[in-house]
Ligand binder design. Structure first.
Ligand code: FMN
Length: 149
């Protein structure tokens, strides 16, 4: 299956996680990896499944590499009705009020343009001290296993 993996990051954790996800899927799938800062609208209408990984920064904001992308989606309102996507968020529960708001914001933007979410939003809490791949890799497998053919 073709899998479009896109990430938004501030300090590189989401990128490193996506590299692990890509490596874990590479034997069975064709996986492309794109930083949201390099993503164009045309990248949102490719065939295959979409997986977004996005952290939260500032006061519950999108991370630096996703800010322009968020603004582009809001301004252009592309038709994403053909897109099925899953989304995993990186955050920290020490930021109680804004925990994982960045991935929620991205999720809302994609749904607002007609995208269909598949599976529950995956969440990682940096304050847990556990590496994100421990929860993200099983989450990815579960998402892909339940994708409609
Ligand atoms: C200055 C700063 C602000 C942050 N703000 C939030 C926040 O509002 N909500 C949240 O859930 N996590 C917040 N985090 C935690 C990050 O989302 C978390 O460390 C994540 O793993 C960073 O991933 P990245 O390197 O891909 O950006 C913040 C971290 C820093 C250093």
């Amino acid at each position: 299956m073709k899998i479009n993996l896109l990430y938004g990051t501030e300090t590189g954790n989401a990128e490193m996680l996506c590299e692990d996800i890509q490596a874990s899927l590479a034997d069975e799938h064709e996986v492309t990896l794109t930083n949201l800062e390099d993503a164009a609208l045309a990248d949102l209408t490719a065939e295959g499944a979409y997986i977004f990984v996005c952290s939260t920064y500032g006061d519950g904001d999108l991370p630096a590499s996703a800010i322009d992308f968020g603004e582009m989606i809001e301004a252009e309102k592309p038709d994403l009705s053909a897109m099925t996507f899953s989304i995993f968020g990186l955050g920290d529960m020490d930021y109680e009020e804004t925990y994982n708001n960045g991935s929620q914001r991205l999720l809302d933007l994609l749904i607002g343009c007609g995208g269909t979410q598949h599976g529950p939003r995956g969440l990682h809490d940096a304050s847990s001290g556990k590496p994100p791949e421990d929860s993200a890799l099983p989450w990815v497998k579960a998402c892909l296993a339940t994708l409609p053919a």
